[in-house]
Design a protein around this ligand. Structure first.
Ligand SMILES: Cc1cc2nc3c(=O)[nH]c(=O)nc-3n(C[C@H](O)[C@H](O)[C@H](O)COP(=O)(O)OP(=O)(O)OC[C@H]3O[C@@H](n4cnc5c(N)ncnc54)[C@H](O)[C@@H]3O)c2cc1C
Length: 582
């Protein structure tokens, strides 16, 4: 029996970060890892996937791309990561851990089947997530890959079926199609990325089809059979698709089975995520002789950065620095071309589950999250809206046209439970950068909370969207008023200009959240928004100007105190005209 202050179960992104931080804070730490130190992200998910996508974008041949992937993932050799942990003062124990008493983890060693017992006063569960096999007859008899298997294989299948149209399914479809595989993506839902607003999945479907992939939406796979060349997959409508391989990207679930959680008084069913408090303490474990924490996919989060963030929160709390996680602005990304970036709340998507999802939805593959101050199961269950359903019926090209016309629409207030969201849209094609890049697909939507005058969420589709949308993440997290955001100057020519268009649209209509806020409260709202900065006075003055103008002019496009004659002159002086680049 070896005694530590902290025992960390699982050495992926979350576990490694907690262990390193608390060791740095003076705690004795043991980290138990059954597989690769560093977990999925570094070896079998984010890094290899993004490496291959980038190689595809550079037009490299498959063999070169595989060589680059091997370089990026260190040839699946985790000894450097283990050494880093040792140097940080963490004792690494290789093997499979199981909780046998509230303060005890028994580790079955990887090589020898010998067992070791570890005790600690803090236990961190960071065992990640695992793929879930969909209910398809004959699945176990055919050549199938999990995402991890595909991302570590040197094979490029001539014909591939990707099952699942979530983020991983879309990325891998584009990647294999770019390298020349004949890819068919099969998705049971009527659109790709079902957890995000319809336009994102519709644009992505156009992009994937342009890359040569066959996209079958609203198609449920029922039966698989082995053939001489690989397999045949039967769909519910009777269609049969032949391929050399099937890639399963149809869902993941928190990896909790066999951990001995019942010893802690926790009842978990397959697919359920560990319920945690905002401090990332596992709910229902108070009063044990150990404090139990959780971080990463095991809590229902689905991104590396979310795992890292929770690990930060856990480490701070273990070290006695009270810290609560704020899930209002956790980015959700799909690294296709164009990429998809989403953050915060989306219209109709504010429902929270209790962590009892079946793990089969595409959202389970590093899919959508949702803000929530007291609960933080990041999965969301969202029935398609009537608007989305009709959009789904449209063809992919028509969807693009629909997106274009919607871009001209005024902000729209969304009904339903939760905050009243006001939406503004912009097309990347209307910016100089979009014109230069011949971007006919890119688009963004911003969602502002009409009650508070701050952004609640955003979704963008476009080249490298995560980079130029990151200011929205900050704006949501810091609750910066829309009126202030709309006055931010964006560099020319960048996609920031599309952001600027949408922000000004939000700030400048009769339904402006900024204005709704002013009218409700009668004064500036900065103190209520926790924005006590040295700039408060200036911002407040600015908002008063907007409020005054709102009375005189119920609908203005640019609600700022600019002298329009001066502005027009300045535009002429630099010889800049919208028509120059349309
Ligand atoms: C194909 C794919 C692509 C992705 N791309 C991205 C991306 O681009 N960006 C992004 O942010 N996210 C991405 N993700 C999600 C990201 O990989 C995960 O969110 C992240 O790896 C979760 O980290 P974690 O620490 O919770 O779990 P993991 O990294 O899975 O670590 C958990 C560790 O626990 C170990 N373990 C489990 N049970 C035991 C046990 N009983 N005893 C000992 N050890 C145990 C496992 O071996 C594992 O190493 C992707 C996911 C997939 C599937």
């Amino acid at each position: 029996m070896a005694a530590f202050d902290v025992v960390v179960l699982g050495g992926g992104t979350a576990g490694v970060h907690v262990a390193t931080e608390v060791a740095g804070g003076g705690k004795t730490v043991a980290l138990v890892e059954a597989g690769l130190i560093g977990g999925e992200s570094a070896y079998l998910a984010c890094l290899p996937s993004n490496s291959l996508l980038l190689s595809a974008g550079r037009g490299e041949p498959w063999e070169d791309a595989v060589a680059r992937r091997a370089e990026v993932t260190g040839g699946l050799d985790d000894s450097a990561a283990a050494q880093r942990l040792n140097r940080a003062g963490v004792q690494v124990i290789r093997g499979t851990g199981r909780i046998t008493a509230p303060d005890t983890v028994e580790v079955t060693r990887a090589q020898s089947a010998a067992t070791t017992k570890l005790t600690g006063s803090d236990l961190v569960i960071a065992t990640g997530s695992e793929p879930v096999a969909p209910p398809i007859e004959g699945l176990s008899d055919i050549p199938a890959w999990t995402t991890a298997q595909s991302l570590s294989s040197p094979d490029l299948p001539r014909r591939l079926i990707v099952l699942g149209g979530g983020p991983a399914g879309c990325e891998l479809t584009q990647m294999y199609a770019s390298f020349g595989s004949q890819v068919t993506l099969v998705e049971a839902e009527p659109r790709l990325l079902p957890g995000e607003p319809a336009f994102a999945g519709e644009i992505l479907a156009v992009a994937l089809r342009r890359a040569g992939a066959d996209i079958r939406l609203g198609s449920r796979a029922t039966k698989a059979e082995r053939t001489a060349d690989g397999l045949t997959l039967a769909l519910e409508d009777g269609t049969r698709i032949d391929a050399a391989r099937l890639l399963l990207a149809s869902g993941r679930r928190p990896r909790l089975s066999g951990l001995g959680l019942d010893v802690l008084g926790l009842e978990v069913t397959p697919g359920m995520a560990l319920p945690t408090t905002t401090r990332c303490e596992v709910a229902g474990t108070r009063g044990q002789r150990v404090r139990v924490w959780a971080a990463g996919d095991v809590t229902g989060t689905t991104h590396t950065h979310a795992s890292h963030y929770q690990a930060d929160v856990v480490a701070a709390n273990i070290l006695g620095r009270h810290r609560e996680a704020d899930y209002s602005a956790i980015p959700r990304c799909v690294f296709t071309t164009p990429s998809v970036f989403a953050v915060g709340t989306i219209p109709g998507g504010t429902e929270e589950t209790t962590g009892a999802g079946d793990g089969n939805g595409p959202d389970a593959d590093h899919g959508p999250g949702n803000g929530g101050k007291t609960r933080r199961m990041l999965r969301i269950a969202r029935p398609p809206s009537a608007e989305a359903a009709s959009a789904e019926a449209a063809s992919a090209e028509a969807a693009s046209a629909e997106a274009a016309s919607a871009a001209e629409a005024s902000p729209v207030a969304q009904g339903g439970a939760g905050p009243r969201l006001v939406t503004a849209r912009a097309r990347l094609g209307d910016t100089a950068r979009g014109y230069l890049g011949q971007d006919d697909l890119g688009r963004l939507e911003l969602y502002a909370d009409a009650g508070t005058g701050v952004l609640a969420g955003a979704v963008a589709v476009g080249p490298d969207a995560a980079s130029w949308m990151s200011e929205v993440t900050l704006a949501i997290r810091a609750k910066i008023p829309v009126a202030v955001l709309a006055d931010v100057v964006h560099a020319f020519p960048t996609y920031g200009e599309a952001l600027q268009t949408a922000l000004r649209e939000l700030a400048g209509t009769g339904d402006s959240p900024a204005r709704a806020d002013q009218q409700e409260k009668g004064t500036g709202t900065l103190s209520e928004l926790d924005m006590e900065t040295p700039e408060d006075d200036a911002i407040e003055q600015h908002q008063e100007v907007i409020a005054d103008e709102a009375v005189a002019s119920p609908r203005r496009e640019v609600p700022f105190d600019v002298n329009e004659a001066d502005a027009a002159e300045q535009e002429r002086a630099v010889g800049f005209d919208d028509d120059d680049y349309r």
